[in-house]
Design a protein around this ligand. Structure first.
Ligand SMILES: *Cc1c(COP(=O)(O)O)cnc(C)c1O
Length: 227
């Protein structure tokens, strides 16, 4: 399938979810997750009009960044090892996986300018998931005041792979409530207006619950090289 055709279908579904929940489509941005696919396929996404690209590994990100550079807005969506910070942090536009103070400290040290970060929250409590536990999030945000190169633009979560709508909505809603709580603290370094949530299998629910960035791989660019 052409990315262009997938994008049309995706945009129609986004529009429907926005209409259903009284939201404006401009308030929802698509991040095309290209981690499974080639540089060529990522370029096809850019040509189709996808502005934001997401990668979750340093090698994959750097390879694509080298070819595509500032033609995309770059989102680093995967777990970032502290020792990898140096090689990527001044190239990404957004980091979606800030989940520990040691990482904040290293970013603060290596970044040439404030980095726009989403704090990753483990709302579902699954052991396999990265992220700060919801009950520790306020405390974590307050600690970030010590790092002038960290700017918290929002919260990010990954929901479990599930078709249970009630469960998914509950998770997305919890992230929104936490986002509002942090936003209402009115911290200069944590405007926290954005919600990064929703993937190929659950983005419609995420939009209905307030997502401002959805991260779409499989249903936009596919999940294997040959697609
Ligand atoms: C891979 C990935 C996605 C995209 O997943 P799809 O189900 O292929 O849309 C979104 N977010 C994160 C953090 C990912 O690692």
């Amino acid at each position: 399938m052409l990315v262009k055709d997938n994008l049309n279908v995706l945009n129609q579904k986004i529009e429907k979810a926005c209409l259903k929940s009284g939201r404006a489509t401009e308030d929802v941005s698509i991040i095309g997750v290209t981690k499974y696919v080639s540089i060529q396929r990522a370029k096809e996404a850019i040509d189709a009009g996808v502005q934001h690209l997401g990668e979750n590994r340093d090698e994959g990100f750097l390879a694509k960044f080298e070819e595509i550079g500032s033609n995309a807005t770059w989102h680093y969506i995967g777990n970032l090892q502290t020792r990898k910070v140096k090689s990527v942090i001044n190239k990404v536009d957004y980091l979606h996986s800030l989940d520990r103070l040691s990482l904040a400290k290293e970013i603060d040290k290596r970044a040439n300018a404030p980095v726009l970060c989403f704090v990753q929250v483990n709302v579902s409590g699954e052991e396999s998931k990265q992220g700060i536990a919801p009950e520790h999030i306020i405390e974590f945000i307050k600690e970030l005041a010590h790092f002038p190169n960290i700017k918290v633009v929002g919260l990010m979560t990954m929901a479990p792979y599930s078709s249970d709508e009630v469960l998914l909505r509950t998770i997305f809603r919890k992230l929104r409530v936490l986002r509002d709580e942090i936003k209402n603290l009115n911290l200069d370094y944590a405007p926290c207006q954005e919600l990064s949530m929703g993937m190929s299998n659950d983005f419609e629910l995420a939009i209905e619950e307030g997502a401002t960035y959805i991260r779409i791989g499989t249903s936009l660019v596919g999940n294997k090289e040959e697609e």
